[in-house]
Design a protein around this ligand. Structure first.
Ligand code: 2P0
Length: 313
C-alpha cells in the first residue's frame, strides 16, 4: 500500500461561502499558495473482511466527529467508483496542532488520492473529489499558486495550477499565537456569513475582481501588488464575518497586523488571516530577517516557501 503526501495551503484570495453545502460548490473562486512545511500522509487499505471503515490518526484509532467525516467521504468514493470494500485509513498529520492551520485541506487531498490510487484518476478529478471532503482541499492537489474555479456544478468546480515554475523567492511567515480552540468552525462561520451578512454580495463581487488582478501580479512576481491585494481581500473576508457578530482576532493578531503595516512603509510585508487568530506574513526572501526581528518575541514563527502538489511515496 502506497502512502500519499499532501501539503496544506493558505489562500491569498479566500474561499468564504458555499452555494451548495453537500457538493461544496463555493460562491467565489479562490487562489492559494501550497506550503512546503505542513503536510498530511495517508494510506488506505481496502479489506473485504472489514464490516466498517477504521481510521487511525497519528498512531491511535479514532472514532469521533473527525472519523465520521472521513467515513462519510469514503462512502462518497465507494458510491462514485463502485468500490465494495471498507478500508483501514492510516493518517499522520505533520501540521503542528498549535499552528491552527487547516489540516482538512491536506487531509482530504491526501485521502482523495490514497483512496483511489488504483483508479489512476487525473489531478482534476482528484481535485473535484477532494473538494467534497473540504473545499480548500481541492487546492492542495497542486503545488505553488493554485486557483480554485468556483464553477457551477460538481463537474466544473475544481482547482488548477496557475504557474509553470514555483516562485522560489516568495515567503510566507506563519506566526503561531496560541493553541486555543477556535470559537467557531470555519464551516459554521461561512454559512452564517452567507445567510446573514449584509456585505456578502459585495464580498463575492469584489473577490472575483481581486482574483483576476492577483493572478496577474503572481505571474509578474510583483510582491507589492500581490501583498496589497491579498491583505485587502483577507480584511474583506473578516469584515463580512464581523458583520454577523463573529471574529477570530485576538489582541496579538491585531498587534502583528499593526507591526506589519508599519513595516509596509519601507519593505514588502503583508498579512493574511484565516479562520483563527494566527497571522501569515507574505514577503520575499531578502526581507525575512527584518520581519522576524520586528515581531513580538512571544510569537513562534515558521518560515514557509512554495511547496509541491500531491506526492505518492
Ligand atoms: C480558505 N478557509 O480559502 C478559507 C479562508 C478559511 C478562511 O477554506 O466547509 O475547512 O470544509 O469546505 O475548507 C476553511 O474552510 O471548509 C477555508 P469546508 P474549509 O482557505
Amino acid at each position: 500500500m502506497k502512502t500519499v503526501r499532501a501539503h496544506t495551503n493558505i489562500a491569498l484570495i479566500k474561499y468564504w461561502g458555499k452555494k451548495d453545502n453537500a457538493l461544496k460548490i463555493p460562491h467565489n473562486s479562490s487562489l492559494s499558495l501550497t506550503l512546503d512545511q505542513f503536510y498530511t500522509e495517508t494510506r488506505v487499505e481496502y479489506d473485504a473482511s472489514l464490516t466498517q471503515d477504521q481510521f487511525m490518526l497519528d498512531g491511535a484509532w479514532v472514532d469521533d466527529k473527525t472519523s465520521q467525516r472521513v467515513y462519510w467521504f469514503m462512502d462518497r468514493i465507494r458510491e462514485r467508483y463502485g468500490i465494495q470494500e471498507y478500508a483501514r485509513i492510516i493518517s499522520e498529520n505533520h501540521v503542528p496542532k498549535e499552528a491552527g492551520l487547516a489540516s482538512s485541506a491536506s487531509a482530504f487531498a491526501a485521502l482523495a488520492k490514497a483512496a483511489t490510487l488504483d483508479l489512476n484518476l487525473d489531478d482534476r478529478e482528484i481535485s473535484r473529489l477532494a473538494r467534497l471532503g473540504s473545499g480548500s482541499a481541492s487546492r492542495s492537489v497542486y503545488g505553488d499558486f493554485v486557483r480554485w474555479n468556483r464553477g457551477t456544478s460538481d463537474e466544473d468546480s475544481f482547482a488548477e495550477p496557475i504557474t509553470m515554475e514555483p516562485w522560489s523567492d516568495f515567503r510566507m511567515i506563519v506566526c503561531i499565537l496560541n493553541d486555543q480552540i477556535k470559537p467557531f468552525s470555519s464551516t459554521d462561520a461561512m454559512n452564517t456569513t452567507v445567510a446573514d451578512s449584509p456585505y456578502y454580495d459585495s464580498w463575492v463581487a469584489s473577490t472575483e475582481a481581486d482574483l483576476i488582478q492577483l493572478e496577474e501580479a503572481v505571474k509578474n512576481h510583483d510582491i507589492e501588488r500581490v501583498g496589497e491585494i491579498a491583505q485587502t481581500n483577507a480584511l474583506k473576508m473578516h469584515a463580512s464575518l464581523m458583520a454577523v457578530n463573529m471574529w477570530y482576532f485576538e489582541p496579538m493578531t491585531v498587534e502583528i497586523m499593526n507591526r506589519v503595516r508599519q513595516l509596509q512603509k519601507s519593505i514588502p510585508a503583508y498579512f493574511t488571516m484565516d479562520a483563527g487568530p494566527n497571522v501569515k506574513i507574505m514577503t520575499t526572501a531578502a526581507h525575512v530577517e527584518t520581519i522576524l526581528e520586528a515581531l513580538p518575541s512571544s510569537v513562534t514563527t515558521v518560515v514557509c516557501k512554495s511547496g509541491p502538489g500531491l506526492i505518492v511515496l
